[in-house]
Ligand binder design. Structure first.
Ligand code: NOJ
Length: 759
């Protein structure tokens, strides 16, 4: 087969796959389409650069360095630390992290506005990862909804609550692709896939920022962590990443690019090193890609103490050298460590950092403040905070999104939903009563006192049934630890009930930052508890609360019903009860692969075929003991109803370069209840100049169908959707055959092929 490659940006490359001649021409139309797609979007609200020039001219070096410093406050309360009020009054604090609350931030802001010589407003930043006070499902759970409207809505509510509390800069979305569930921060992202990750990234930026930066009730987003933080070797947090440029461009960069295209206001660099340079000063990712190729001219923030940690990385001999490197590399604002403030003036005097570079960084942070409208409206209305935080609408949305994020992994014998005539329910397990765990490891201002536990949610729903079943509880064991003292009581409660809801999983502090694990088994005595309860012969449904895929092989084989609830947020118990009682039909799908055992990691669906793809023959690429099959595949999830997909149709057998292909499939609800299906489209480039994954997600849609309802779902594939990075790491599309697979997960599905041909 003859293949030709077409480079994005209008240049054509040689056919390296099979050596056919160079293509020399490309239509102007296609070139302009490609240029438009790759262009950086226009920035948000207008900023008067002359006002900025004037302000910068009036600033002293200390004022400027103050703007480039993000000051830490008390990690829990957000209260200012000793000496910060004085600095603020001198106009030498640009932003804070963690300070929050309308009254408190107004008080701080008043010092900046009323006492400082230049009256530059201070910017309050905070980690609003999945909700400010009303906590939504953790990001991995939200990604499991495959529902971009829900994600956007959750982010918009988070922004409304945060901005009402004076926070105008949030360190989200976290869009790191992660293929290793040992890495605790896998919970903060959208999983393993760059396409789903990109859609989720864009939805979060839209929700957080609104249509343009500065929209009232919204905040500036900060996409993080640039970049390849999720590729930490061995899943060990902060560890080195070793990723080829092609994989960076094809897998790790796209969600960041999607955030940029959605207009994200700032980037945060990662804590890892990559190819010999810490991400904070990486000349390729920060200098070449972000600033030069993508032309990002917004604020780049270092991660917490990352500038000072250049010393630990062994690339800076002291704080002065660290500050110099970071400023030169393009960091505009330093978070927490104070190398810029301590050494900036010396660096300037000695000519080690230019005035122009300093002013550029200052301009960027001031521009961000201006776009946010802080100069005109530095204070927040305290009454709005009161009305907005935890309002009924926000709580209802949190409950709904949590329901949409849960994934039904097994439902043998239709244990779920619970039968209407159930008379007694045993709720067992440590995850049913702890109000902290449902909030996940990063819960901003969320409060455990405001969380609906699983037990509370189940009890409340049971009480509303026409014939309310009895609900009894026994913990059985703690989430961690060796004691089995509670087993007898749990067994007694189970034996006296019609059905058992077993709530097990990971405590939230075993997930998130600095929570890498070498074992993904259920911690403590929880597996033994499940085994003991199984011995009662009662029907059991497991509800999992966890932040990463767990190796739950025994549970998957022996417990008939399993609901993956992740960390569902403030409304956890109500949302779980909605599903258990059948008020909500689960429709989420996994955004990442569940391995059978840790030894299979990394295990992800979009792997290369290899020269010896796994098969029965011995000399193929697989584990001889356990094989390559995951426990659960990417995209997998069940429903209380059943769906049938058929009549896959392509609009053509060939499409010319620059053309598009319509793909349609019919979906029918052939089961007894209304429910949601996520129809997924995967693509495989059969022969290319570089090896290509066995399949890649290129489209999906979550639809709702009534029983017996049939609908046609349509996808459009553009030429650009067929592209990849060639041997020179340039984006290209190549002529040739592609396979389309449409299904309900990354396994199986309906196939068809088409060919991309010359125009
Ligand atoms: C360190 C984390 O890596 C980052 O995600 C977070 O935004 C900052 N700390 C600030 O809390």
């Amino acid at each position: 087969m003859s293949r030709q490659s077409l480079l994005a940006g209008g240049e054509l490359a040689a056919n390296r796959a099979e050596g056919s001649g160079r293509l020399r021409s490309i239509t102007a139309a296609l070139a302009s389409v490609l240029a438009t797609i790759l262009a950086v979007p226009a920035s948000g609200a207008e900023v008067d650069e002359r006002t900025l020039d004037d302000l910068i001219r009036r600033m002293s070096v200390a004022d400027k360095l103050g703007q480039l410093q993000q000051f830490g406050t008390d990690g829990n309360t957000g209260e200012l630390l000793k000496g910060q009020e004085e600095l603020l009054a001198q106009g030498q604090i640009g932003s804070f992290i963690n300070a929050r609350g309308a009254r408190y931030t107004n008080r701080i802001q008043r010092i900046a506005i009323e006492s400082s010589p230049l009256k530059i407003p201070v910017l309050f930043g905070y980690d609003v990862i999945h909700g400010y006070r009303t906590i939504f499902p953790a990001p991995l759970g939200m990604a499991s909804s495959w529902d971009m409207k829900a994600i956007e809505q959750a982010s918009a509510i988070a922004a409304r609550e945060a901005s009402a509390a004076g926070v105008r800069w949030v360190f989200a979305p976290m869009v790191d692709i992660a293929r290793d569930p040992r890495w605790g921060r896998i919970i903060e992202g959208a999983g393993e896939d760059p396409y789903l990750g990109s859609r989720a990234a864009a939805a979060q930026v839209r929700g957080l920022q609104g249509a343009t930066l500065g929209e009232p009730g919204h905040v500036a987003a900060c996409v993080k962590h640039w970049v390849a933080y999720g590729a930490a070797e061995g899943g060990r947090d902060y560890n080195s990443s070793e990723v080829s440029e092609r994989t960076l461009r094809g897998v790790y960069f796209p969600p960041f690019r999607a955030a940029l295209d959605a207009g994200v206001g700032s980037f945060m660099t990662a804590l890892n090193e990559l190819d010999g340079e810490p991400a904070t000063v990486n000349s390729f990712t920060l200098g070449q890609v972000l600033r030069k190729e993508w032309k990002f001219d917004g604020v780049v923030l270092s991660d917490y103490q990352a500038v000072e940690q250049l010393i630990d990385h062994g690339v800076a001999k002291d704080g002065e050298a660290a500050a110099q490197m970071a400023l030169k590399a393009g960091i505009d604002v330093e978070e927490q460590s104070e190398m810029f403030r301590k050494h900036g003036a010396t660096l300037l005097q000695e000519g080690k950092v230019s005035q122009a570079r300093l002013d550029q960084a200052v301009r960027r942070i001031l521009r961000l403040k201006m776009k946010l409208g802080l100069f005109e409206k530095p204070y927040v209305d305290e009454a709005i905070e009161h009305a907005e935080i935890l309002c009924a609408g926000n709580l209802a949305a949190a409950r709904e999104v949590a329901g949409r994020s849960m994934v039904l992994l097994r439902n043998e014998g239709e244990i779920l939903p619970l039968k209407p005539d159930v008379q007694s329910i045993a709720v067992i397990g440590p995850m049913a009563v702890n109000p902290q765990d449902p909030l996940g490891p990063w819960f901003a201002d969320g409060k455990k006192e405001e969380t609906v536990t699983l037990l509370a949610g189940i009890k409340a729903r049971a009480a509303k049934a026409p014939n309310p079943p009895k609900v009894a509880y026994a913990k059985g064991c703690e989430a961690v630890g060796d004691s089995r003292e509670g087993f007898d009581e749990a067994l007694r409660v189970a034996r006296e009930s019609d059905v058992v809801i077993l709530a097990i999983g990971e405590p939230s502090d075993q997930s998130g930052e600095a929570a890498s694990l070498a074992s993904l088994d259920l911690p403590g005595q929880q597996l033994a508890l499940a085994q003991a309860i199984k011995g009662t012969g009662k029907p059991i449904a497991v509800v999992l609360l966890n932040g990463r895929p767990l190796t739950i092989g025994w549970v998957a084989e022996n417990i008939p019903a399993i609901l993956e609830a992740w960390y569902p947020g403030s409304q956890a118990g109500n949302a779980v009860a909605d599903i258990l009682f059948g008020d909500v039909n689960p429709g989420g799908k996994l955004p990442l692969t569940f391995p059978k055992t840790v030894g299979q990691i990394p295990l992800y669906y979009n792997h290369m075929n290899t020269g010896r793809p796994a098969g029965d023959f011995k000399y193929t690429s697989k584990y001889a003991d356990i094989g390559n099959q995951p426990l659960y595949s990417f995209g997998f999830g069940l429903s209380y109803t059943r769906f049938k997909l058929d009549n896959l149709a392509l609009s053509a057998k060939t499409i010319p370069v620059g053309g598009r292909l319509e793909v349609s499939v019919e979906v029918e609800n052939v089961g007894p209840r209304a429910g949601d299906e996520v129809v997924q489209l995967y693509l495989r480039d059969e022969v290319a100049s570089v090896t290509r994954p066995v399949k890649e997600l290129r489209g999906f849609e979550r639809i709702r169908l009534e029983p017996g309802e049939r609908r046609t779902v349509r996808f459009t594939l553009e030429t650009m959707d067929l592209g990849f990075y060639d041997r020179e790491n340039r984006f290209c599309v190549e002529l040739g055959r592609f396979k389309v697979t449409v299904g309900d997960s990354s396994e199986g599905g309906l196939d068809a092929t088409f060919e991309l041909v010359r125009r």
